[in-house]
Write a protein that binds this ligand. Structure first.
Ligand SMILES: NC(=O)c1ccc[n+]([C@@H]2O[C@H](COP(=O)([O-])OP(=O)(O)OC[C@H]3O[C@@H](n4cnc5c(N)ncnc54)[C@H](OP(=O)(O)O)[C@@H]3O)[C@@H](O)[C@H]2O)c1
Length: 260
């Protein structure tokens, strides 16, 4: 079988709730996988469970995205791949501290993971897709990109960066056979919210905005063929997005401060 007959998806943050959901759904659709994350044990466990369930043998690469050398080495490895059907950036983490109280290390790590690594790896994966005149690039952004709020300043800003970057990229490559999507999930049941003191959203809503990662990913993959770059999964999340633009700014800021 030639390489062009193989469907390969490269997934960062692969062991996370959303990353692993992409891995399972794509494995179920016949994809080979290259899984990237920073925890070697979790990566091995995920690869093993995908092997048992789907009969595939995913490759794995361990890389911590705050390590510039590791990212550069990973970018070189991606650039050497002969075929990439899908490149999915999901690595990320949350924030729950006022900007004034945040350590600079934490801020720089968030920028490294959400922006620097994503840009370098996307740049490394793109030439292969351009050459094959096909492919898809998904970066997991957030509904938070549209909802600047206290204790979310760097997170929200990095995710807004992702949305603008992916939208610009779409304008450059959509005519070249490449699909681009910035997935903007709202509250999703993953480890993302299990970090210390980050359970703030669970009690504040009258309607339940929470989604399962499998449902979020199903929508992402289904919507990939549409011309829309920004994908907001779920009716409640779309409602929140629309409401946030319609609310008078003063009221929006009051609600944002109350939720923080
Ligand atoms: N869950 C939500 O409610 C929600 C909402 C909106 C957007 N998102 C976005 O969805 C994406 C996936 O998050 P998730 O919900 O699936 O959370 P998750 O379960 O915590 O998964 C995030 C993954 O990224 C990895 N990661 C974090 N820092 C890294 C680093 N320095 N180097 C390499 N990998 C790193 C994590 O590894 P470790 O486990 O080792 O930390 C984990 O495997 C994130 O970009 C997040 O911003 C999530």
């Amino acid at each position: 079988m030639s390489n062009l007959n193989i469907k390969l998806a490269v997934i960062t943050g692969a062991c996370g709730g959303i990353g692993a959901a992409y891995a399972r759904q794509l494995a179920g659709s016949g994809y080979d996988l290259l899984l990237i994350d920073r925890n070697s044990t979790q990566l091995a466990e995920l690869a093993h469970s995908l092997n048992i369930t789907y009969g595939i043998s995913p490759k794995t690469i361990v890389a911590d995205f705050c390590d510039a050398d590791a990212i550069d080495a990973l970018a070189i490895s991606l650039a050497k791949l002969e075929h990439i059907t899908m490149f999915i950036n999901t690595a990320g983490f949350s924030e729950n501290t006022l900007f004034e109280d945040e350590k600079m290390d934490f801020i720089m790590t968030m920028i490294d993971v959400h922006i620097i690594a994503m840009i370098k790896l996307t740049h490394a994966a793109l030439p292969c897709m351009l050459k094959q005149k096909s492919g898809a690039i998904i970066t997991v952004s957030s509904l938070g990109a549209f909802l600047p709020a206290p204790k979310s300043s760097v997170y929200s800003a990095t995710k807004a960066f992702i949305n603008n970057f992916m939208t610009s990229l779409h304008t450059e490559v959509s005519g070249k056979g490449i699909q681009v999507q910035a997935l903007c999930p709202g509250l999703t049941h993953t480890n993302f919210h299990k970090t210390k003191n980050n359970r703030r959203f669970s009690k504040h809503f009258f309607i339940n905005p929470w989604m399962q990662p499998e449902d979020v990913v199903k929508i992402s993959l289904k919507k990939l063929s549409s011309k829309r770059v920004i994908c907001i999964p779920g009716f409640v999340n779309k409602l929140i997005r629309v409401a946030s633009t319609l609310l008078p700014r003063k009221l929006y800021y009051q609600i944002a401060m109350k939720l923080a």
